[in-house]
Design a protein around this ligand. Structure first.
Ligand code: PLP
Ligand code: SF4
Length: 336
């Protein structure tokens, strides 16, 4: 918990993000009670399908009390529908297990290699492929970068290194420094990209130490956020994005098209406009990875294309994300 400063004349220390991480809500009943929805506790699944509830309190604070259909709540609340077995929805939906180039490296696309920098996330998103991926074995954990770095060193076609996971910003800043020191000697690498949901779900992670690390990196830097709904983007997220931009980082966003959460043109329009207002450019709108337990979130392709046509009619071109699907074996994300 947050402790008060012992001397009231001193301003209290900034809240450490690790405290907030540990203080996340992990109990469905507590989450529902915080939102005045305790009468729905009986609908919670008895088991967690191997993927527990986890959501930082700051994200809960952006949910609308009393609204069982809140678009942020639906992203994190376990549902009985997750136990349905639907044909075509599998545990390794995007072929990750076939694209391992070395321990902790996924190298699917030309020029870009993705490092599984951390298996942890501050939030557990119910639609995520991570529900099943064996990160415990695969992530290039602390002190085990050697093989991954060796792969990057030997392939000089790789000009962009992507830190992903899990959430790479779950690593301590010291560990991130260690990792990028290992990359520093690779002259073919010109860009570093970070895929992280932390600036949205726990914006306190963008602290002075992290910004100092980012500011000192020798590459062009891109951070791809992950927000699915405008309500996720409050003032604390806007501040985190401003600081990232001040550190020389290009900030983009990827979203997943989710049934009942953002599958209408108003929600998508508001998301794009709010992203631009906080300083992030819409990049991808992903069709759901067909992962076991997430079928109830799927929007079919015809409906997705129709939504995109209506969105294009409402927004300037630069605020329209690319609708894509990731399919095992493809040379890139596939535009729809
Ligand atoms: C999505 C992905 C990338 C990045 O693709 P972009 O189209 O460049 O955003 C890179 N590597 C892997 C393994 C991916 O899944
Ligand atoms: S990897 Fe991203 S989408 Fe998946 S649980 Fe973590 S934060 Fe959510």
């Amino acid at each position: 918990m947050i402790t008060a400063s012992p001397n009231p004349r001193l301003s209290p220390p900034a809240v450490d993000w690790r405290e907030l991480w540990r203080d996340a809500v992990t109990d469905g009943r507590e989450l529902l009670a915080l939102l005045g929805l305790q009468h729905l506790a009986g609908q919670l699944p008895a088991a967690d399908a191997g993927f527990p509830l986890r959501v930082p309190r700051g994200f809960v604070a952006r949910m609308r009390p009393g609204d069982a259909g809140d678009p942020l709540l639906l992203q994190v609340l376990p549902q009985l529908a997750e136990f349905a077995r639907v044909p075509g929805f599998v545990t390794d939906a995007v072929g990750d297990m076939d694209s391992r180039a070395a321990r902790g490296v996924l190298h699917k696309y030309e020029g870009r290699a993705l490092l599984l920098a951390s298996g942890s996330c501050a939030i557990n998103c119910r639609y995520c492929f991570r529900r099943h991926f064996p990160y415990g074995e695969e992530m290039a954990a602390a002190g085990q970068w050697r093989q991954a770095l060796e792969h990057l060193r030997q392939d000089d076609s790789i000009n962009e290194v992507i830190l992903s996971g899990g959430d790479p910003l779950a690593l301590s800043t010291g560990k991130l420094e260690e990792l990028t020191r290992g990359l520093a000697g690779l002259s073919h690498v010109t860009r570093l990209r970070i895929h992280s949901r932390l600036p949205v779900v726990l914006p306190q992670r963008i602290d002075a130490a992290l910004l100092a690390w980012l500011g000192g990196l020798p590459w062009q830097k891109v951070l791809v956020l992950h927000a699915n709904h405008a309500n996720e983007l409050d003032a604390s997220v806007a501040e985190a994005c401003t600081r990232l931009r001040e550190a020389g980082v290009t900030v983009l966003n990827q979203s997943v098209l989710l049934r009942g959460i953002n599958d209408n043109v108003d929600a998508l329009q508001q998301l794009s406009e709010r992203l631009f207002a906080v300083g992030a450019m819409p990049y991808y709108l992903h069709q759901l990875d067909r992962v076991q337990g997430a079928a109830h979130f799927e929007v079919d392709d015809a409906e997705a294309r129709e939504l995109m046509a209506r969105l294009r009619a409402r927004l300037p071109g630069y605020l329209v994300p690319k609708l894509v699907r990731e399919l095992a074996g493809d040379p890139s994300k596939r535009p729809l």
